[in-house]
Design a binder for this molecule. Sequence first.
Ligand SMILES: [Zn+2]
Length: 57
Amino acid sequence: MAARRPLTVRCPNCLSRIAVKRKATEVFCEKCGIGYRICWPSPDQPMIRGLLAPYGK
Ligand SMILES: [Zn+2]
């Protein structure tokens, strides 16, 4: 329970892991460059909440 896991989410697009900084509200996949909104159900558990608005929209 107290084990420290790296904070990551899985990109729904390419399924690669994305490292998330603690309390970050957005993150970008390094592989496909898509940005995601991050929410925190618990302080150690980031979850993708949705897509960031695409460029120019
Ligand atoms: Zn990706």
